[in-house]
Design a protein around this ligand. Structure first.
Ligand code: PLP
Length: 347
């Protein structure tokens, strides 16, 4: 995390029912709107990214609703599972891991499921390092009259999202990824279509109720006691992002993604993601024949203090993932690639 964020989080507590909080909160919400390029509602809750799946489903959907779910990896799988747990009739579009969900595939699925109420999408599938073509997928979904619910946990703040222009209905992310903060706050964007559905939906909910949150947010407050230190951190982080500028921010992430992939190819590593949809926030690669992913991960940590991740689900043992979102620059990537080269030469 940037030092500015760490410092902001040391601020003493204030009353969350004070005018001071109200002014602070309204400004934070306004900035988050600008960073999502939206005039739709921004709602924050204490919670990790996973809460976003449930918030979307319990507010916008009802048991029995036909829902089409793009499953391009482990997180898309979980989104689909949560919808099924709440009684939705989920039609999965499973895509081989490493590939993206294409608009053509979604079109076919929606033709086969006419009247589907919603499409569940994972913008950036962190488990495979693939960015799905959100704008085009949203267009297809809307042509079929389906709502679009988007998991943007590892894309928001790193990969372009034009919420209003693309007409997304509901989108969420978590503070711990490109937003450069500790985990603990889920950031929701709810468009007019989402609010309309929430007003009609009878699915029981309390903590995650969009309307309760919105009524308080409009007045500059939160429905329950907020995680104040995290909000102070998020305020500092989003101020930094705004002063970098959204275009520069997205260009930096794109450059870091390209640098990482180029460097890995030079080291003769095979990448998991289809290059056309390769992510700008995370890159996944297969270690060379005979070298365990875990060996690379452990050696990078022990010898260089660099933390990278393994894979998830059936790829748990077979890939390594490098995160390059948020507080990351070219030097970090160069350092990581040089360290990886050293590790590979010595195993
Ligand atoms: N969705 C995506 C795309 C993610 O990358 C993650 C976490 O990495 C989640 C959902 C779940 O978020 P959390 O672990 O914050 O609950």
């Amino acid at each position: 995390m940037p030092p500015q964020v760490i410092e902001a989080m040391q601020r003493p507590m204030i009353s969350h029912r004070s005018a001071e909080f109200r002014d602070f909160y309204l400004e934070l919400i306004a900035r988050l709107k600008r960073l999502h390029r939206t005039e739709a509602e921004i709602l924050l809750w204490p919670g990790s990214g996973s809460a976003g799946w449930e918030i979307g489903i319990v507010n916008l959907l009802a048991p029995g609703d036909v829902v089409v779910a793009g499953v391009t990896g482990d997180f898309g799988d979980r989104f689909a599972q949560v919808a099924a747990m709440f009684g939705c009739d989920v039609r999965r579009m499973d895509v081989e891991w490493g590939n993206a969900l294409t608009p053509q595939r979604l079109e076919q699925e929606l033709q086969a499921n006419r009247g589907a109420r919603a499409v569940l999408l994972t913008h950036n599938e962190t488990s495979t390092a693939v960015t799905n073509p959100l704008r085009e997928l949203t267009e297809v979904a809307h042509a079929h009259g389906a709502l679009v619910l988007v998991d943007a946990v590892s894309s928001a703040g790193g990969i372009p999202i034009d919420f209003d222009d693309w007409g997304i209905d509901f989108l969420f992310s978590g503070t711990q990824k490109a937003w450069m903060c500790p985990p603990g706050v889920v950031i929701v964007v709810a468009g007019p279509g989402a609010l309309e559905c929430a007003a009609q939906s009878s699915t029981p909910r309390f903590f995650w109720d969009i309307q309760r949150n919105l009524d308080m947010t409009r007045k500059g407050f939160t429905p329950t006691t907020p995680p104040l230190s995290l909000l102070f951190g998020l305020d500092a982080a989003t101020a930094m992002i705004e002063s970098e500028g959204l275009d520069a921010l997205f260009a930096r992430h794109q450059r870091l993604g390209e640098m990482t992939r180029l460097g890995l190819r030079q080291l003769r590593m095979r990448l998991l993601a289809d290059e056309r949809y390769a992510s700008s926030t995370v890159t996944a690669f297969f270690p060379p024949e005979g070298v365990a992913a875990k060996t690379i991960i452990d050696r990078l940590k022990a010898d260089f203090g660099i933390t990278v991740a393994g894979g998830q689900a059936h790829l748990a043992e077979s890939i390594v993932r490098i995160g390059h979102m948020g507080w990351v620059d070219d030097d970090d990537i160069e350092h990581c690639l040089t360290a990886l080269n050293d590790v590979l030469e010595s195993v």
